[in-house]
Design a binder for this molecule. Structure first.
Ligand SMILES: [Zn+2]
Length: 66
């Protein structure tokens, strides 16, 4: 067993929802942050995911105004 829990890209992507919402346990969060430190493709995925959420929120806000 390794000292620190390491996660795969699949684990990261599956838990990205919780990561972005900041609803992870500190252990899982630090594993996710550590994964981002060594995986550029997940960094890009995280960024585009956050952008999508921001876009959805602004679209919903537009809906309410209309
Ligand atoms: Zn990854």
């Amino acid at each position: 067993m390794t000292e620190r829990e390491s996660i795969t890209c699949r684990d990261f992507i599956e838990s990205l929802d919780d990561f972005v919402a900041d609803e992870m346990t500190p252990e899982k969060k630090s594993a996710a942050v550590a994964h981002l430190g060594e995986c550029r493709s997940c960094v890009a995925y995280d960024e585009s995911y956050r952008r999508t959420i921001a876009l959805e929120r602004s679209l919903k806000a537009d809906d309410r105004q209309a």
